[in-house]
Design a protein. Structure first.
Length: 94
């Protein structure tokens, strides 16, 4: 779903104008972003009944260029993972 479609759905279901819905969506996503930035030290950010975001470190590793088959080094990186809460999993039917 695109951001515009998401905002449109929020506007319809919340009986809001598109401008108000955009502001609400921006506030929610902005708060999630701020929470993730604050949680860098702990590496975990939980939103009740929604899920938990965790920041994990992926070690450096060897890989291959798929076009040439040449061996390459892949740098270590940080990865954002999401684990949905039970209520969200149930709503998704999983």
């Amino acid at each position: 779903m695109s951001r515009a479609a998401f905002i449109e759905n929020v506007a319809k279901k919340g009986d809001l104008s598109k401008a108000e819905a955009k502001r609400v969506v921006d506030l929610v996503l902005g708060e999630m972003e701020a929470g993730l930035k604050k949680s860098k030290k702990e590496g975990k950010y939980t939103i009740g009944n929604f899920g938990t975001f965790t920041i994990t470190k992926r070690p450096a590793r060897k890989g291959r260029n798929p076009q040439t088959g040449e061996a390459i080094k892949i740098k270590a990186s940080k990865v954002l993972k999401f684990r949905p809460a039970a209520q969200l999993k149930k709503a998704a039917g999983t």
